[in-house]
Design a protein around this ligand. Structure first.
Ligand SMILES: C[S@@+](CC[C@H](N)C(=O)[O-])C[C@H]1O[C@@H](n2cnc3c(N)ncnc32)[C@H](O)[C@@H]1O
Length: 245
């Protein structure tokens, strides 16, 4: 993404997008799950379920969940796909701490392990996972193509990538209704409940500059992914992208 389209949570020019994103998620971590449910009216849970149902068709035995956050996607995958192992990685220690508590509480700690790391420099071996997935994570990368290229590298040949991400609804009247909610109402609720001035304004702004639909699948193709496809959810508020290595 070019400098011009690079959206950051805070105005601090001395701190990279990555640094700002890490601070933001460390700060909002205690409120993150609850705000997801409130702001999406619980629909975010259904989006993750749908995404995991699509990935289940590939029966992956090893899964890497990039930008796992509080591990909701990893937990859903563990319950539905029952793979041998899931590694959830994230750059925010505070998000992972909440994820770890949930995994232990649900007795899934034999399947899921959480690790701190940067998705643009993965520590995993080339070709070491059957599937690599990310929900609402790739939009936050400082360098989108570098992060996606790393996802491609750690995937085994024939393996599947699944990305669940916000997109921009295109059609009247949902486009107008959703934009009003997303731009004006959601940031206010987010500000009050997360105690962070900017986090939910950044959410809106980052979605506006993020390449969605064919723009995203063409980046995947350019990076060497094949059989790219996407499935639009909730009239375009969210999209699931699938591709193969
Ligand atoms: C909106 S949350 C999504 C969390 C989770 N996947 C979900 O479905 O709720 C985005 C996550 O991306 C993580 N993240 C952002 N940039 C990252 C990077 N470069 N490497 C690893 N994680 C990153 C953040 O720390 C945050 O936990």
């Amino acid at each position: 993404m070019s400098e011009k389209t690079q959206v950051t949570p805070y105005a601090d020019k001395d701190v990279s997008k990555k640094g700002q994103v890490t601070s933001m998620f460390d700060k909002i971590a205690p409120y993150y799950d609850n705000l997801n449910r409130v702001l999406s009216l619980g629909i975010d849970v259904l989006w993750r379920k749908k995404a995991i149902k699509l990935l289940q068709k590939e029966s992956p035995k090893s899964i890497l969940d990039i930008a796992t956050g509080t591990a909701d996607l990893a937990i859903e995958a563990a319950k539905v796909i029952r793979p041998e192992r899931i590694v959830g990685m994230d750059i925010s220690a505070n998000m992972l701490k909440i994820g770890d508590e949930k995994i232990i509480k649900k007795g899934l700690d034999k399947i899921i392990s959480l690790e701190i790391g940067d998705s643009e420099n993965l520590k995993y071996d080339t070709g070491s996972f059957d599937a690599v997935m990310a929900a609402f994570g790739v939009r936050n990368f400082e360098n989108l193509e570098k992060g996606l290229a790393e996802m491609h590298r750690v995937l085994r040949p024939g393996g599947t990538i699944m990305v669940l991400e916000f997109s921009k609804p295109r059609h009247f009247p949902l486009k107008q209704l959703f934009n009003t909610y997303f731009k004006y109402i959601l940031p206010v609720i987010g500000k009050v409940r997360s105690k962070d001035e900017k986090a939910y304004k950044y959410l809106y702004e980052s979605v506006q500059v993020f390449p969605d639909y064919e723009d995203f699948t063409s980046i995947l193709s350019k990076l060497g992914f094949t059989q790219t496809s996407y499935k639009v959810l909730s009239a375009g508020i969210c999209t699931i992208y699938l591709a193969k290595k």
